[in-house]
Design a protein around this ligand. Structure first.
Ligand SMILES: Nc1ncnc2c1ncn2[C@@H]1O[C@H](COP(=O)(O)OP(=O)(O)O)[C@@H](O)[C@H]1O
Ligand SMILES: [Mg+2]
Length: 376
């Protein structure tokens, strides 16, 4: 791609969740026309797009229209069907490339790619039959190779017999078994790579998960310069090895004072949502710039520190949360994705707070979330 795709060209999106919603908002701000293909008529991105094709991801007619009308198509969820990406690529350019998405979609392919690229990963083995007895060490975590997200499709197992039982519970599908590591903390790096090889990384986020779902991201990570630089360097190596075009997130575990790569997300990432309020260029605008072959934007923070907390459907247990109180003090921002049904564990929105120090931003974000359900 030598000529940039400039507004008012049309940008297509496969998938209509909150990541698609923000990417399309960024595209519209810049003057692009937008189309989303998404089966749920009430999905978060539907109301943002100029055109919402309400159809299944593998609907041939909808894919034809999305491909024909879009200058470039991108995706926003973990698991777009490979056949859909191939159908789109026959009609227009697709970024990131389906090959890169395929690596991140399958934990077995992902691990093999990382090992081949010489990158550090947790001890693991592939499990795809009922008699498997791999020697990764226990306790371990059995993860389905495909279709897992937010900790779904995973089981913590104490020994080989538990592992084999868990494998059947998970549907007897190909899995990766990983040693359960003692995590000092978790990190993520959101990077962008443009078609011309331009590269930009956001400050490293320090992440806490609850029940396998991201709960809190703090930026900059309090792990020291050496580890942060190493994580960014590894993310850059991965983006280059995939000849990646777009925004890529790399999740890391910090173990024994060093980082190991956990997994890749071929799109903007929940741990980068703070960039919507506290970075010069947010990760969604960066995604649009990268896939359109434009210069990448400045990734620096506009405040010394930021913290983001997710708002899950559980917050609705006692009725509609008290949104006004989350904004008290003026150093927080509220984001709701417009989802109709608040189910437990479902990501409904997030709050970002900022401050002079990471600890200050963290306390502010946590207090804002607590205030949502403090009654009376
Ligand atoms: N090998 C492991 N050791 C310790 N904790 C783990 C391990 N694998 C996953 N976890 C925990 O579960 C979370 C979700 O796992 P992950 O593999 O990233 O799956 P998902 O695709 O659901 O995000 C991780 O962020 C981490 O908190
Ligand atoms: Mg993960």
């Amino acid at each position: 791609m030598t000529t940039p795709i400039a507004p008012p060209a049309t940008i297509g999106m496969l998938g209509g969740g909150q990541l698609g919603r923000y990417a399309l908002m960024a595209a519209r701000t810049m003057g692009y026309r937008t189309i989303v293909l998404e089966p749920d008529p009430h999905a978060p991105a539907g109301s943002i797009a100029d055109l919402h094709l309400v159809a299944d991801y593998d609907d041939a007619e909808a894919l034809r229209r999305l491909g024909d009308e879009s200058e470039v198509v991108t995706t926003e969820f973990e698991n777009p069907p490979a056949a859909a990406l191939d159908a789109l690529r026959r009609r227009t350019s697709v970024a990131p490339a389906p090959e890169a998405v395929a690596v991140a979609q399958d934990r077995i392919a992902e691990k093999r790619f990382l090992v081949d690229a010489g990158l550090p990963v947790a001890p693991f083995a592939v499990v795809d039959d009922a008699d498997a007895d791999p020697s990764v060490g226990y306790p371990a975590i059995l993860k389905t190779a495909r279709l897992g997200y937010d900790g779904k499709g995973q089981r913590l197992v104490a020994d080989a017999s538990e592992m084999r039982a868990a494998w059947r519970t998970l549907g007897s599908v190909p899995c990766v078994l990983e040693r359960a590591l003692q995590l000092q903390t978790e990190l993520s790096v959101v990077v962008a790579r443009s078609a011309t090889g331009g590269f930009a990384a956001y400050p490293v986020a320090e992440n806490t998960h609850v029940d396998g779902i991201l709960d809190l991201s703090i930026v900059p990570a309090r792990v020291g310069r050496r580890l942060s630089d190493r994580a960014v360097g590894l993310a850059m190596t991965i983006a280059d090895a995939l000849a990646y075009v777009g925004v890529l997130a790399v999740e890391f575990f910090v173990v024994d004072g060093d980082v190991v790569v956990n997994e890749l997300a071929p799109r903007p990432h929940n741990s980068g949502h703070w960039t919507l309020d506290v970075a010069q260029t947010n990760q969604f605008e960066q995604q649009i710039r990268a896939i359109c072959g434009l210069a990448l934007g400045d990734t620096s923070m506009t405040r010394p520190a930021a913290a983001m907390v997710n708002l899950l459907g559980d917050l609705w247990d006692a009725g509609e949360p008290d949104w006004a109180s989350a904004l008290d003090g003026g150093q927080t921002a509220l984001h709701l994705y417009g989802k109709r049904a608040a189910r437990p564990g479902r990501k409904m929105g997030h709050v970002t707070a900022w401050g002079a120090l990471p600890e200050e931003a963290e306390v502010r974000a946590l207090q804002a979330r607590q205030a949502l359900t403090r009654r009376g």
